[in-house]
Design a protein around this ligand. Structure first.
Ligand code: FRU
Length: 485
């Protein structure tokens, strides 16, 4: 699709019109990546949730599809997942034509108006035509609820050792794990998290993912938990835990809080099911509940992050999660020429281009003292700062453009601690798409994603040497243009 509205992303997924939040039901089948998403077809603000639907062959070019799931008597269709039921364990398909099965939360707003608990239950639906049409299971809900207020966002995977399906679910302040042989009958296996991790808000959108650590055949499990509010830079954000899964529950000895992305605008992200080569592929919702309903876009609201490949790597004594754009993103970028930059102590360099609004800035450096300022003719500026003394990277959007649509949007200087960024050269990669910026340090070891709404195109990049001891050296520095999809 080709869009021309101000702030409309050109190489990120956004809905054709109206409101979108979480990615849902992400599954690969027969050459097609399916993206479903929380969707309100009648408004640009949140409301009765449907599952919107889009498909892609490469995770970059998307085709919009009709709405997949509509609310019914059980409630709105909240977030959840989808799987290919290869062995037709559910019996919804046949051996020759195994079904796609969607597992989602029903949110019963009518019941919520009178009862303080029990209005969120889990339902399922299936498709026999690779996602084009869906039939809800006649005996929904498959997991009922009496006593819980928040009880949602089922994420299901096949657990080979026990030959069964495992569902992660969140129940307010903790995660629960359920097992099933047929996707219809579920039993509680274990619980995690009341005394672990950040608890500044409600737990949402869990995802439990096995990783093979590079080279050594060691397996570790990572549990994603989105939390709203309680993120390090305000509002909603996604934390992760590294640990083990024994078929019943997740355990970890992790004591510190960890975040997959330190920017304000990457929420409710989860991974695709059934991917080719078992790659762990991720999309997040590029917004924040703090202001999602108020961002200054016109016919639609919000976009997804770039598709990212996840890896768990050894870093120092422990592990860290890396998330980095899939390689195919490179195919959208015309890299232009690259050169080495050398900026003396106390100096800065300004580079003017037609527009930075669909661009990639990329270089390697060993410096930890510099600033990058994206500016425009309206005297607006997005400021990124690398600071050695504090082992910190910050993003300041207080003067980046429109900020006053919500009081917190421009206020916080977003901070990201970078304590184990390796010595020596590391890569910095920044992708700007109209109203978003995604920053990847050291190939995704440290990541920040944030929305910005400049009143004019950024068309100048100022690079400032903030060190009082060393010249600033950027190697293979280049500004590329990113093609729209
Ligand atoms: C996360 C979330 C989920 C819920 C959905 C409702 O952003 O709050 O917990 O299922 O959005 O749209």
């Amino acid at each position: 699709a080709y869009y021309t509205e101000p702030y409309r992303p050109q190489f990120h997924f956004s809905p054709e019109t109206m409101w979108m939040n979480d990615p849902n039901g992400m599954v690969y089948n027969k050459g097609v990546y399916h993206l479903f998403y929380q969707y309100h077809p009648k408004s640009t603000v949140w409301g009765p949730m449907h599952w919107g639907h889009a498909t892609s062959n490469d995770l970059l070019h998307w085709e919009h599809k009709p709405i997949a799931l509509y609310p019914d008597d059980h409630g709105f269709i909240f977030s959840g997942s989808a799987v290919l039921d290869k062995q037709n364990s559910s019996g919804f398909g046949t051996d020759g034509n195994p079904p796609l099965v969607a597992i989602f939360t029903y949110h019963n707003a009518k019941k919520q108006a009178s009862d303080s608990t029990g209005f969120e239950t889990q339902g399922i639906a299936y498709s026999l035509d690779n996602g084009d049409s869906w039939t809800k299971y006649k005996d929904n809900p498959v997991i009922d609820n009496e006593n819980l207020t928040d009880f949602r966002d089922p994420k299901v995977f096949w657990y080979e050792p026990d030959q069964k399906w495992i569902m992660s679910l969140v129940a307010g302040d903790h995660a629960q794990f359920y097992g099933s042989k047929n996707l219809r009958d579920w039993g509680l296996l274990g619980e995690f998290g009341k005394d672990k991790g950040a608890h500044g808000g409600v737990w949402e959108c869990p995802d439990l993912i096995p990783f093979k650590i590079g080279g050594i055949e060691e397996e570790k499990w990572v549990l994603f938990i989105s939390i709203n509010p309680g993120a390090p830079n305000g509002g909603s954000g996604t934390q992760y835990f590294i640990g083990d899964f024994d078929g019943k529950t997740f355990t970890t000895d992790q004591t510190e809080d960890r975040w997959i992305d330190w920017g304000t605008d990457n929420y409710a992200g989860v991974t695709f099911s059934n991917t080719p080569d078992d790659e762990t592929l991720f999309l997040g919702w590029m917004s924040n509940w703090q202001y999602a309903n108020e961002t200054p876009t016109s016919t639609w609201r919000s976009a997804m992050t770039l598709p990212r490949k996840l890896a768990l790597e050894r870093v120092g004594e422990g592990y860290a999660l890396f998330n980095y754009p899939i390689e195919k993103v490179d195919g959208l970028i015309s890299e232009g020429s690259t050169k080495d930059l050398n900026i003396a102590i106390g100096e800065e360099q300004s580079i003017s281009v037609d527009s930075l609004m669909q661009s990639e800035v990329r270089f390697t450096t060993s410096s930890r003292d510099f600033q990058l300022k994206f500016g425009n003719g309206a005297d607006e500026e997005l400021v990124l700062t690398m600071k050695a003394d504090d082992n910190e990277f910050t993003l300041d959007r207080s003067r980046s453009g429109k900020t006053d649509f919500q009081e917190d949007f421009g206020k916080t200087i977003q901070q990201m601690p970078i304590p184990v960024l390796p010595d020596g050269q590391y890569e910095v990669r920044i992708l700007v798409d109209r109203s978003s910026v995604e920053i990847f340090l050291n190939k995704g070891q440290y990541v920040m994603t944030a929305q910005v709404f400049p009143n004019e195109d950024y068309n100048a990049l100022k690079i400032v040497n903030t060190s009082d001891a060393k010249a600033l050296e950027f190697k293979k520095f280049g500004i590329g243009t990113v093609k729209g999809v």
